[in-house]
Ligand binder design. Structure first.
Ligand SMILES: [Zn+2]
Ligand SMILES: [Zn+2]
Length: 286
């Protein structure tokens, strides 16, 4: 809840200048809302993301399957289509995990958010502040996820926890959050490390949680487009990178990182993938 009762008090909080359009909206719509409720909005955002973000690639699958087979040239495993019953089973599991794991995690983590000092006050962060913090959050989480994911490929970790996420040898967008409840909790931990180390504004936290899930869904889409804007991001893994990890399966000791490629490069766990890309490149040249 913002500690300003009037617009004048809000303007005084930003140094006496007029509020920007975004700040005026923030003051108007969140001024009287408790901070905890602003954080709990993540539950609504995640529900919408889990239900909407997978739709484009599911529709692409329907189109590529029969009326437009030419779309298969963008499909990473062109002959593998997830059956409608598998998609439905996946959706049901994702929603149950959302209800019984993600929602309680979000609701119970507010004291942490309050403790680390995520602010809701004015002024709003600048675009640059948001971008730099998001980059830091992505880098830190990527490093943590790399090692947890690598441990999940140990014999015990795979047989007891990670086997579930690898049920989809050809990933489909809904398979991104399809995992054992313990894996959701474990891989959720590094998501908090960035905001703990570099706490920012609630808006940045909303964007961070939303973008991370959208990125995971895109990475599991099963499609790779040459014009994807994410190709402009240096060291970005993307769907082809993670598809290789699923394709190789449980015995995979390659491409553990969730977002970027730098961890696999540094620790030498991308050799199989790089060999495959080299062979594909040689074939194209012949
Ligand atoms: Zn894995
Ligand atoms: Zn995956």
């Amino acid at each position: 809840m913002l500690p300003y009762a009037t617009l004048q008090e809000a303007q005084a909080a930003v140094g006496g200048r007029a509020l920007t359009a975004a700040e005026a909206l923030w003051f108007r719509y969140t001024g009287a809302v408790p901070d905890s409720w602003l954080y709990y909005l993540n539950v609504v955002f995640l529900f919408v993301i889990f239900n909407v973000a997978p739709l484009p690639s599911l529709v692409l699958d329907l189109l590529a399957r029969s009326p437009f087979p030419s779309l298969r040239r963008f499909k990473l495993q062109p002959s593998s289509f997830t059956s409608p019953s598998s998609v439905l089973r996946c959706y049901k599991t994702v929603m149950l995990t959302f209800l019984f794991v993600v929602v309680p995690l979000q609701l119970s983590s507010y004291p942490v958010v309050k403790f680390i000092g995520i602010r809701t006050s004015l002024p709003l962060p600048s675009v640059w502040e948001i971008l730099v913090q998001l980059l830091v959050y992505f880098m830190i989480e990527d490093y943590g996820n790399y090692w947890i994911h690598r441990w999940l490929h140990s014999e015990w970790g795979y047989n007891n926890i990670h086997y579930m996420h690898h049920e989809f040898v050809a990933p489909t967008s809904l398979a991104a959050p399809y995992a054992h409840w313990l894996e959701i909790l474990l891989l959720g931990l590094p998501s908090f490390v960035g905001p703990v180390l570099v706490p920012g504004h609630m808006v940045t936290l909303w964007l961070w949680i939303a973008l991370r899930q959208i990125e995971a869904i895109e990475t599991h889409s099963g499609y790779e487009f040459p014009w994807a804007p994410t190709k402009l991001i240096p060291f970005y893994g993307g769907s082809e990178y993670h598809d290789y990890h699923h394709f190789v399966g449980g015995k995979s000791q390659s491409n553990f990182a969730s977002v970027f490629t730098y961890c696999d490069y540094i620790y030498g766990t991308d050799k199989g993938y790089r060999y495959k890309k080299r062979v594909e490149g040689d074939r194209k040249e012949q």
